[in-house]
Design a binder for this molecule. Structure first.
Ligand code: ATP
Length: 225
């Protein structure tokens, strides 16, 4: 991938020796990776292997059993609260069904604000970017599953975050949606953004690293990239 990065604006996301437990069970252990501006890491593995758990730990939504996650900004300052510099797109779309698309996106734009200098998209531009301009006046609950997923992704565009944490981002999407999301992710990377994604379907991304989660069977042997 051709990247035009300003090297004074390079940041990184680092996970060191992470392990996590759900209930009584250790789901993974010894997970380490380091991603710098423009890089993407894709988590693969069978159902229940711990992909969502790892994403939620990195986003700060679940506490790890051991290990650490940190973000180093372009000034070299280290942030332990990675969630504050990240967008997290989970299985659920995090939108209110009874509010219109525009109201939902406006809520997120105000709630998230902008933590960096990079300008974010307007709501109309974000809707256009996900291929759905002209219907932002509709209640979110009226939309098809694929349309809802597209607007959930538009949330990532209305406020800038350097790290995108994506759990099955293309679930429910048609073929054009797959390539549209891939394009938006690539643009984010070209602007220096970092992407951590879990997926069963291959994402059409260039130069991605893969971390194959092995779930319970892999706990004793660790998890490798
Ligand atoms: N709240 C919970 N309490 C106990 N176990 C849980 C809990 N949430 C998830 N688990 C278990 O943790 C394991 C990992 O789940 P996780 O959702 O991380 O897997 P995944 O790789 O993302 O799966 P999928 O591909 O199906 O989305 C599973 O065995 C699941 O049953």
């Amino acid at each position: 991938m051709t990247q035009k990065l300003n090297l004074s604006n390079v940041f990184s996301l680092e996970a060191t020796n992470l392990s996590a437990r759900r209930g009584e069970d250790l789901i993974f252990e010894g997970v380490s990776f380091r991603l710098t501006s423009g890089e993407a890491l894709v988590l693969t593995g069978k159902n229940g292997s711990g992909k969502s758990t790892l994403l939620r730990v990195v986003a700060g939504l679940l506490r790890q059993e051991r290990g650490s996650v940190s973000f180093t900004d372009s000034h070299g300052s280290i942030h332990q609260r990675v969630g504050e510099v990240s967008h997290y797109l989970g299985h659920r779309n995090a939108m209110k069904s009874e509010l219109t698309v525009a109201e939902n996106l406006d809520f997120w734009r105000r709630f998230l604000g902008n933590t960096h200098d990079t300008p974010a998209f307007s709501i109309d531009d974000a809707a256009e970017a996900v291929g759905l301009d002209g219907i932002t006046h509709l209640p979110f609950g009226y939309l098809s599953a694929g349309q809802q997923r597209r607007f959930a992704f538009a949330k990532l565009l209305v406020a800038h975050r350097p790290v995108w944490i994506l759990d099955e981002p293309t679930a429910a999407l048609d073929t054009s949606g797959d390539s549209l999301f891939a394009g938006l992710i690539e643009t984010h990377r070209q602007r220096g953004g970092i992407v951590l994604a879990a997926t069963h379907q291959p994402l059409a991304l260039s130069d991605v690293r893969e971390l194959r989660m092995t779930g319970f069977a892999g706990v004793s042997a660790g998890v490798w990239g």
